[in-house]
Design a protein around this ligand. Structure first.
Ligand code: COA
Length: 180
């Protein structure tokens, strides 16, 4: 019933919203992507920051591209990433893989928080997903203590499906179902 994300034509044309552009990573995004992954604030609820030195050493000149990974740009500056990833039903840590085949993720630079950019970008990514996979639901997991992420999930229309403990914290699993 649920088709594979990998089967879509990728990349799509850049997606333009009122203020943002969602597109594939390019060489000019490398610095901001390292900043995102090395930021202690960004990493607070997702396992911590990665080593900047390691990132500088290992990240290719053009950051790795994959189906469902969008860089988000504001006036040409990279402010975050939005991802739609296939969930692995066979992974031992996977929770309720029956509910949705694909999961939404988001990371934004702290300097961009509080302006509605994450809401705008995720809404555009979900709209793109619905166009390519009509009627399919999307899952989202976040620590329930991650209030900004929980607010965003609720604003996007995710509804609570399950709470469980993993990685020493309570996790929230939400489900988004397209309305048309
Ligand atoms: C989760 C995260 C993306 C949320 O970012 P955010 O900036 O708070 O989210 P939004 O872009 O939706 O901005 C929301 C705020 O902008 C404000 N805002 C200002 N202008 C706005 C506009 N034009 N439209 C909408 N909201 C606007 C709103 O008041 C809103 O605050 P509220 O929710 O208290 O009402 C961000 O905290 C983050 O990157 N965290 C680190 C990574 C992370 O934990 N990811 C989750 C992994 S599961």
């Amino acid at each position: 019933m649920k088709s594979e994300l990998e089967s879509v034509a990728w990349p799509p044309d850049p997606i333009k919203t009122e203020r943002l552009v969602l597109r594939e990573p390019e060489a000019r995004d490398r610095t901001a992507i390292i900043e995102l992954l090395a930021s202690p604030e960004v990493g607070t609820y997702i396992g911590g920051a990665q080593s900047r030195d390691d990132l500088e050493r290992t990240m290719p000149e053009v950051p790795r591209r994959r189906t469902g990974l969008f860089v988000v740009a504001l006036d040409g500056a990279t402010i975050g990433t939005v991802t739609l990833d296939q969930r692995d039903p066979n992974h031992p840590d996977q929770v309720r893989p029956d509910l949705a085949a694909v999961e939404l993720g988001y990371l934004f630079l702290p300097s961009s928080w509080g302006h509605g950019y994450a809401t705008e970008a995720c809404t555009a990514a979900l709209t793109w997903f619905t166009t390519t996979h009509p009627g399919e639901p999307v899952a989202l997991t976040t620590q329930s203590a991650n209030h900004a992420s929980m607010r965003l999930a609720t604003k996007l229309g995710f509804t609570e499906t399950h709470r469980y403990n993993a990685w020493d914290a309570e996790q929230w699993l939400g489900l988004w179902t397209p309305t048309n």
